[in-house]
Design a protein around this ligand. Structure first.
Ligand SMILES: Cc1cc2nc3c(=O)[nH]c(=O)nc-3n(C[C@H](O)[C@H](O)[C@H](O)COP(=O)(O)O)c2cc1C
Length: 397
């Protein structure tokens, strides 16, 4: 359902899109657009959601479904249900110490939280505030020393899984951010408009802008010189992220990381085979939530071929467009072991903090439970393409 100002919320958020609406109301426009938006015309971003919506579940009735099991294991970690909080850069601008709030919510729900390289809260802070260290997402910078240092820090706090993001060799254009003067050198007029946008959200200014110290990049304090604004940060990303990384560099990562290793950003079966050859433990079928190359396939469309290409040689995770537990069930039926959610938690933490993320996760779990029961399954292990009305989504349309 789409929301508009003449369609106000009722009393309590029920869905992930309700949290999106809450986030839209609470965040300065420039920040809401940063979390919400995608690259270029946002076709891939919309396709992630639209193609998932087109996958139909098969309703199977009169089976004994009195026991329904969602617990699983991913990369050696126990999960209460097959969902992981995806790395979201600059999440700490959505709410005060947002990474800590989300990591706590994830821990209470029994699922992993992935700390982004470009988080506001340092990996040490997140680890200190939780019992189980977060998984750590790594971007490789031109100065490999930073990456080695980050891996050492993640290892030191006990992160069990390193998620190496490989789809940011160059950065896709995000027109919303450009329109909001979030990149380059904004004119004085643009700066003034941005300032007005901030001050017209006094609650955000009080809770996050002043109270949350949102402009320090906890994992990159030494690396980002004067990380004082999103535009300075964007410039730094463009200059520092290393486009020369290849599959050969997986061996270098392995020298510095002895835990589980996952590559995030695979969208093609040939690349999936290269991931197998490189010896990683898992991959995430991802197009970065439609924030990188527009007009590439949705992840739900890419998933079945990739899952078939790698078989059980490594673990396949997926993200992109997951907005309910029914979407998670569809992803599992198409070959994923678990699904990551990105915007869902960014909206929930912006809209209602830790309690929002807890509620969002609880509703994903409740949705999965219902979908299992009404597809005649007693556990997520029983999910395969026979849980769907048609084996693939758009291939035959
Ligand atoms: C605001 C935002 C920031 C993101 N930052 C990162 C990041 O720092 N590292 C990364 O690997 N992926 C990042 N991603 C991509 C997510 O990890 C994930 O792939 C994507 O959000 C999944 O799509 P969904 O938002 O539709 O769930 C980001 C996504 C969003 C929306």
């Amino acid at each position: 359902m789409r929301y508009s100002p003449d369609r106000p919320l009722n009393l309590a958020p029920a869905t992930i899109l309700d949290y999106r609406e809450l986030a839209r109301r609470r965040l300065p426009r420039q920040l809401f657009d940063y979390y919400d938006g995608g690259a270029y015309e946002e076709r891939t971003m919309r396709a992630n959601v639209g193609d998932l919506a087109d996958v139909l579940l098969r309703q199977i009735v009169l089976r004994d479904v009195s026991v329904r099991e969602q617990a699983t294991e991913v990369l050696g970690q126990p999960l209460a249900f097959p969902v992981v909080l995806a790395p979201v850069g600059l999440a700490g601008m959505a709410a005060k110490r947002a990474e800590v709030q989300a990591a706590r919510a994830a821990e209470r729900a029994g699922v992993p939280f992935i700390e982004s390289t470009v988080s506001i809260c340092a990996v040490e802070e997140v680890a200190r505030e939780t019992t189980h260290a977060p998984w750590f997402q790594l971007y490789v910078m031109r100065d490999r020393g930073y990456a080695e240092d980050l891996m050492a820090r993640a290892r030191a706090v006990g992160s069990p899984v390193l998620v190496l993001t490989i789809d940011l060799a160059v950065v896709g254009a995000r027109h919303r951010d450009v329109r909001n003067a979030m990149g380059g050198r904004p004119s004085r007029w643009a700066k003034l408009r941005r300032g007005l946008d901030l001050v017209s959200h006094p609650r955000w200014v009080r809770d996050v802008g002043l109270g949350g110290k949102p402009l320090t990049f906890g994992n990159l304090e030494q690396a980002v010189p004067g990380a004082s604004s999103p535009s300075a940060f964007r410039e730094w990303v463009d200059a520092q992220f290393d486009p020369s990384v290849t599959w050969e560099d997986i061996a270098w990562v392995r020298e510095h990381w002895h835990g589980k290793l996952v590559v995030k950003g695979v969208l093609d079966p040939e690349d999936a085979r290269r991931a197998v050859d490189a010896g990683v433990d898992g991959l995430v079928v991802s197009n970065h939530g439609g924030r990188q190359l527009d007009s590439v396939p949705s992840t739900v469309r890419a998933l079945p071929e990739i899952a078939a290409a790698v078989g059980d040689e490594l673990e396949v995770l997926v993200d992109g467009g997951v907005r309910s537990g029914l979407d998670v069930v569809k992803m599992l039926a198409l070959g994923a072991r678990a699904a990551l959610v990105g915007r869902a938690w960014a909206w929930a933490v912006a809209g209602a903090g830790e309690a929002g993320v807890r509620h969002m996760l609880a509703s994903l779990r409740a949705d999965i439970d219902v979908a299992l029961g009404l597809t005649g399954r007693t556990s997520i292990a029983e999910l395969d393409e026979s849980a769907l009305l048609r084996p693939t989504t758009t291939a035959d349309t």
